[in-house]
Design a protein around this ligand. Structure first.
Ligand SMILES: [Zn+2]
Length: 521
């Protein structure tokens, strides 16, 4: 049992090392005080109203206690004050199509998927995304764990609304009951949102919507087999990506069939936002109150425009992902007119949809060939909304208030008295130059100020890196213990056999005799 004891000690040491290597959520805190005043700052409040200059905010116990023109706001004695002349404060972004994994498509083989919940959570926070909805997951349990770790302060990251595993068609025939059960199960485990995925057919979609609504939860769709107008009529709450993926617009659409994307694009590419079919869809979506999540950055990543190269990505990747990323970049860095046309149409649609009273929200979708990533892709989304014709204030509303309202989180998404102090402080003025949203100096979540550079530096080279800590989690930890036990038993046996031989040797020599083998000869 000595060997076993040693193995257990080894395991304990490994666990201790793991605990030590884990960074605490507080590691990245730049500013924290019971009362903080931010003075002489420009405010873009998230409602779409024009920016206001020279404002003062008093933050107390994680909330905005007062806001108004500098000089008119009373600052309590002993308050920690920061003069923010030349800076702008905006609400923390509410990202509605986010993932805690990163993906690289590879021609001819399955995509490379790297679950990196810890790194991506930090990247979201560093970019000022203080609330996310994970619209799809490759590791539901991992996403739930990360949410909980952030809530207890063991990790730095945004508030997470966790979407259950993708709801996809299972068999040849639609199985609405099975889909409803999946929704039930995921809700029991902690999912607060759902996503119907491309292959889901109308009877199944209907069952999923009903099951989610029965629990008081909302469901979005990344749809293909079912078109947008049909989904709206079935009662879906939200649709991802926008009009260019609406298979209703494909001339050869068959009920419950997901057409080839190239065929769909072949038709959609030649359409205009003013076409009757698109106008009819906008009318239906608005009438049924279906929100749309804009994900312009991932669409742009296929256009080959200059902006497709995001210099912030390669530094974050582990060596394992660098070559596949460079291969993707090479493949998609030539100008692609088809995708450019699709991006243009999508921008036109989003403006028309919002103008018609539709709820447009924003997200990054860090998938595709790998050209978009958590946080920096959310900032790019804002730039693309402005390029599509939204005013900077309106674009910021899309990425803040609109998502917060959808999630029924009324204390975030806007800067107002009594609201949670989830704020981004940037250098410059995004109301005149939207790219200034990238100049993040501090991100506040619940009144605690985080250092964006420290967050980003801490995850450099880590996306896609193998994480030994995974060995400490179920079921890997059970396998590790089992292997160690077997090893311990084996070592123990070998040891006792050797000890046995030694014992006989000693007995013979003590009695002045040779070893049994020598005696036999
Ligand atoms: Zn996605």
């Amino acid at each position: 049992m000595d060997q076993l004891g040693r193995s257990v000690t080894l395991l304990a040491l490994l666990a201790a090392a793991t605990a030590c290597s884990q960074t605490n959520g507080r590691t990245f805190v730049q500013m924290t005080a019971p009362v903080v005043a931010l003075t002489h700052v420009r405010v873009i409040d998230g409602t779409g109203r024009p920016a206001r200059d020279d404002q003062t905010l008093v933050i107390q116990d994680g909330r905005i206690a007062a806001i108004g023109r500098s000089g008119s706001v009373e600052i309590p004695r002993g308050t920690r004050t920061r003069d923010l002349t030349g800076r702008t404060v905006l609400p923390g972004l509410v990202g509605m199509h986010e993932h805690l994994f990163y993906q690289i498509e590879r021609p001819g083989s399955a995509p490379l998927v790297a679950a990196a919940p810890e790194a991506l959570a930090k990247l979201y926070l560093a970019a000022g995304v203080t609330t996310i909805r994970t619209a799809g997951t490759t590791d539901f349990a991992g996403d739930l764990r990360m949410k909980q770790q952030i809530e207890i302060g063991a990790q730095a990251g945004p508030e997470i609304d966790v979407t259950g595993p993708n709801l996809s068609a299972i068999g040849e025939k639609p199985s609405p009951e099975a889909i409803a059960q999946q929704v039930e199960r995921a809700a029991d485990q902690g999912a607060t949102s759902f996503k119907a995925y491309t292959t889901l057919r109308s009877a199944e979609l209907k069952a999923a919507i009903e099951a989610a609504h029965k629990r008081g939860l909302r469901i979005t769709g990344d749809l293909c087999a079912v078109g947008y107008r049909e989904a709206a009529a079935l009662g879906i709450d939200n649709i991802e990506h926008g009009i260019i993926f609406d298979t209703d617009l494909y001339s050869g659409k068959q009920p419950d069939q997901c057409p080839d994307q190239r065929d769909l694009f072949g038709d959609v590419m030649h359409m205009n936002v003013t076409d009757a079919a698109i106008q009819r869809t906008i009318g239906d979506l608005v009438r049924h109150g279906v929100a749309i999540t804009s994900t312009l950055a991932v669409i742009e990543s296929y256009t080959g425009r200059d902006h497709v190269i995001d210099p912030r990505i390669p530094v974050l990747l582990s060596s394992r992902l660098r070559d596949p990323y460079q291969a993707g970049l090479k493949r998609w860095s030539n100008p692609n007119d088809d995708w450019a046309q699709l991006l243009h149409l999508e921008g036109e649609f989003e403006r028309a949809f919002a103008a018609a009273g539709g709820r447009l929200m924003a997200g990054v979708d860090p998938t595709g060939w790998g050209g978009t990533i958590a946080g920096s892709g959310d900032q790019r989304e804002l730039e693309l909304l402005v390029e599509a014709g939204f005013s900077p204030e309106a674009a910021i509303r899309v990425a803040t208030l609109n998502g917060a309202g959808f999630l029924h989180k009324h204390e975030v998404g806007t800067i107002d008295r009594g609201h949670q102090a989830d704020l981004i402080i940037v250098r410059g003025n995004p109301a005149t130059r939207i790219a200034d949203v990238r100049n993040v100096e501090m991100v506040m979540k619940g009144g605690v100020g985080y250092d964006p550079s420290a967050l980003i530096e801490s995850v450099a080279g880590s996306i896609g890196a193998y994480d030994v800590r995974l060995l400490m989690r179920w079921p890997a930890n059970a396998i590790v213990v089992l292997v160690l036990l077997v090893l311990a038993v084996l070592i123990n046996r070998m040891g006792s056999r050797r000890a046995g031989r030694k014992y006989y040797k000693n007995v013979w020599s003590v009695e002045g005799l040779n070893s049994p083998s020598r005696k036999a000869s």
